[in-house]
Design a protein around this ligand. Structure first.
Ligand SMILES: Cc1cc2nc3c(=O)[nH]c(=O)nc-3n(C[C@H](O)[C@H](O)[C@H](O)COP(=O)(O)OP(=O)(O)OC[C@H]3O[C@@H](n4cnc5c(N)ncnc54)[C@H](O)[C@@H]3O)c2cc1C
Length: 535
């Protein structure tokens, strides 16, 4: 039996909790959040969704890999941001692609691309569709003859392994579990585990500069990419495999973060590593978030490079079950395939102690790695979060995250002003709610704070409420000197703030590069640069 993905949320259709399950969950959620949640609602079934007649028809030669079926068009209409899920849950599909192509080979990608561009369509490269920034929604304007979404997931193979250099050539549509299973056969791993790992793809990670497992050192997929191959409307773009290079502007760096506007990434060589066999983890308590932050700053500047270094504020510990809401918790981890990790862990814990941290290490505890139950709870909450969000939406809870990065010298003032402005917006728009913060990644010169908003929404007004809070958050981040995104990408939703952040001459250079390889302006119009429809 083939399982179908939900057309509106996270996971498979058979994973949706029943109304009775949601009612049971409601009490627990209300208790943890401190405000009442609504009666569970059910998603509008696909049979009640009307989509416009497709404006394009694929040529006969491509009909086998193209679909105009309502399920496929709805499944590919949105990413998986709060705004996407709320709309799809309520059966509202503002923009659906006219045609969804699922090419199985690179020549098929090329054929679909050439047909769609010639037909005057907008072309949306699509990996797992887990974008949270409007990156795959065909919100492209009326100047296009239609929209064709190219879903890469049938290109899912590890094609080659170079054991000597520890690198692998992998197709862009491979999902996290798919590529890890193939690498595991060789005792290797990419170890790039974004929270969306289950469904997101290598091509999507590269196109969005995704942030993964490592909290320090190799924070983004960028650090694991050796070379990239993409098809542009003007021809292929493939870089040499090199461990490093000083030859001008990097062709890989241009594709990293290109969010589908320059070409369809079809494969990449990535750096892999032997699977870790030694791990150590610990949970350290601090009196408050800022005390924890000073320990993390010191730690980030030691050169110890913990693989996990997630500082969670007291509010968030309560919701994730990692604490009682009175302390900040630092989840710390080290791992290695061949080295003893205990010396590094001991040195890191010494730094924490010097900054007022308290911990208890129980060897062989729940996590099986010398860590504590807190570490296990954190991991479980992390894995369940995407599923929980669907339930929160069914219960009328507004659930949004935003992430950024700033330097240590500005961090305290930044954290204070963002927290104050966003909390005020939550109170103003929703009456009550909660804002929490954790660090997902840390650098010697600054952290990447990740904020979570949970607030009661008013049914039917969710999108307007989201819009006002999102604006307040984005304005606060940019006014405070942060980046509009550390790893969630720009898409269509972050454009106004991305435009404020980037240098104007760079914006012109990027638009020029796009015009050179995509002269008709077909690829993902409106993302990163304005849509310019060429002849
Ligand atoms: C619950 C949840 C948790 C998340 N956690 C993380 C996290 O921990 N770290 C993180 O970085 N992000 C996270 N994200 C965001 C998202 O998963 C990432 O942006 C991810 O990299 C998107 O991959 P995808 O394959 O789903 O791409 P899609 O969503 O399909 O596409 C994203 C963008 O990339 C482009 N694109 C996709 N594939 C290609 C290709 N082959 N060639 C050219 N362009 C392409 C699309 O056009 C679009 O602009 C999360 C999202 C959700 C919903």
């Amino acid at each position: 039996v083939t399982r179908r993905l939900k057309h509106w949320g996270w996971g498979y259709e058979d994973e949706q909790p029943s109304v009775a399950d949601l009612r049971a969950l409601a009490a627990l959620i209300s208790e943890r959040l401190g405000f009442a949640v609504g009666e569970p609602e059910e998603p509008v079934p696909l049979s009640e969704v009307a989509v416009p007649t497709p404006r394009l028809r694929p040529p006969d030669g491509l009909s086998e890999i193209c679909s105009t079926d309502t399920y496929e068009r709805c499944l590919h209409a949105y990413g998986r941001g709060y705004r996407d899920i709320v709309r799809a849950f309520h059966g509202r599909f503002d923009h659906v692609p006219d045609v969804v192509a699922r090419p199985r080979t690179e020549p098929e990608v090329e054929a679909v691309l050439q047909w769609a561009v010639a037909a005057g369509a907008a072309v949306i490269p699509f990996g797992g569709g887990t974008s949270v920034v409007g990156g795959v929604e065909p919100r492209v304007g009326e100047q296009y003859a239609g929209a064709v979404t190219i879903d890469l997931k049938a290109l899912d193979q590890v094609l080659e392994i170079d054991r000597t250099s520890l690198a692998a050539r992998i197709q862009a549509g491979a999902t996290g579990p798919g590529l890890e299973a193939q690498l595991a056969d060789h005792g290797l791993t990419l170890r790039h585990f974004p929270q969306s790992f289950q469904f997101s793809t290598l091509g999507g990670w590269i196109a969005t500069r995704a942030g993964g497992h490592f909290a320090t050192l190799y924070t983004h997929i960028d650090d694991l990419v050796e070379s990239v191959r993409a098809l542009t409307p003007s021809g292929p773009w493939e870089s040499r495999r090199l461990p490093g290079s000083g030859a001008g502007v990097s062709p890989d760096r241009m594709l990293l973060g290109s969010e589908g506007i320059l070409g369809v990434i079809t494969e990449a060589w990535v750096r892999v590593r032997p699977r870790p066999t030694r791990r150590a983890s610990a949970a350290v308590l601090f009196d408050d978030f800022l005390a924890g932050a000073s320990a993390v700053r010191a730690l980030s500047q030691t050169g110890l490079h913990p693989s996990n270094c997630r500082l969670i504020d007291p509010v968030e510990t309560q919701f994730t079950g990692t604490g009682d809401g009175r302390h900040a918790v630092l989840v710390l981890g080290f791992e290695s395939a061949d080295q003893d990790v205990e010396p590094a862990m001991s040195a890191a814990l010494d730094v924490c102690t010097e900054h007022g941290g308290r911990f208890e290490r129980r060897r062989g505890a729940a996590a099986g790695d010398g860590g504590s139950d807190v570490v296990g709870s954190w991991r479980e909450a992390f894995l369940q979060a995407p599923y929980l969000r669907d339930s929160l939406i069914a219960l009328g809870v507004l659930s949004e995250t935003f992430e950024t990065a700033t330097t240590w010298d500005r961090f305290e003032a930044f954290h204070a002003s963002v927290s104050e402005r966003v909390s005020a917006a939550i109170d103003d728009v929703c009456g009550t709610g909660r804002l929490s913060c954790r660090f997902t990644h840390v650098y010697p010169d600054g952290p990447a704070p990740y904020f979570t908003i949970l607030a009661p929404s008013r049914r039917g007004e969710e999108l307007g409420q989201w819009d006002r809070i999102k604006r307040a958050a984005s304005d606060a981040v940019i006014d405070g000197g942060g980046t509009i995104t550390h790893h969630h990408a720009v898409g269509r939703d972050h454009r106004p703030w991305y435009d404020r952040q980037r240098p104007e001459q760079f914006a012109r250079a990027l638009a020029g590069a796009k015009a050179a390889v995509d002269p008709r302006g077909a690829l993902n119009p409106g993302v990163l640069v304005d849509a310019v429809r060429g002849g």
